[in-house]
Design a protein. Sequence first.
Length: 367
Amino acid sequence: MKNIITQFSRIFVGILFIISGLIKLNDPVGFSYKLDEYFSETVFNIPFLVPYTLALALFLVILEVVLGVMLLIGYKSKFTIWSLLLLIVFFTFLTFYSAYFDVVKDCGCFGDALKLTPWESFTKDVILLFFILILFFNMKLVKPLFGDKVQNILAILSVVLSAFMGYWVLNHLPLKDFRPYKVGNNIQKGMEVPANAEKSVVEMIFVYKVKGVATEFTEKDLMDGKIPSDAVFVERKDKVIKEGYVPPIHDFALELDGTDYKDALLQEPKLIIFTAYDLDKADADGLQKLEKINLDAKAKGYKVVALTASKDKTAEVKKKYGQTFDYYFCDAIAIKTIERANPSIIVIEKGTIKQKLHHNDSDQLKL
């Protein structure tokens, strides 16, 4: 019975680590954005790690896949199980912290393929920890499936193939797009809220300074006269008690001079949007290619615009690269969700996304 439980744990943990790792390896840039959240001032406050999040994301997801393969084939069992234990303890701490302090809404465990609440993520990690502990205490039962030569080849192959996949998606686009802006989706439909959709439950919070200390009071406290007479009002804010329905696309905008033109532009039968969430970080070769695409597209009747969050950099970039199209503005997080490449090219027909390209693949643009 002990051996059966151990082998089940081996298969369960190995397959789950491989699946979880491959989903994140499909979109390591997206996982790096999640690490940015963890390293931000509002969570762990370790901003010096932010420049290294992409490298760290790649390392962690490749490690997940490789450890899953190593466990299934029984390669270096002691090292593999110890590594899995340390990794799951680390992940369990992260998900508990996120859930308890309500700081990161989605841990990114399964990328955009499967959204989990913080407490669901924590529960998943506790279950994994349970099965990994079974493996830890029955390590001698995890034996190699093949001879040393085959084991070595399979382990090395898992590292090489994972690294190649990571390199490919970074220089092109995710092999599978799980986001609401994938090819074939209509942006307007993604923004619709059903008539019977559940509404958010919001409580008004009043912040006053009481003897120099910022103190929160509810609307009931205000009505009951519980706010001290010498308290100084600071601000009013809304606290979400229960989240209502949020459409898949809820923060998309095409703003220019304070006006949002998304409704008009999304009616265009031929529209190309260049996205570059941060012009300071945008690839120079990619920015250089955009004007030629713009001229070719306009000659074929396309409306061409760019979308960025770098309001103060557009004039400089347009001058440097000789760009003649207009830059519209949107929140950086929304642009990162639309596309991972910086810059990227999106072809839209009356709001429906027809093609998405990394700037490295601009020669594949179909006009």
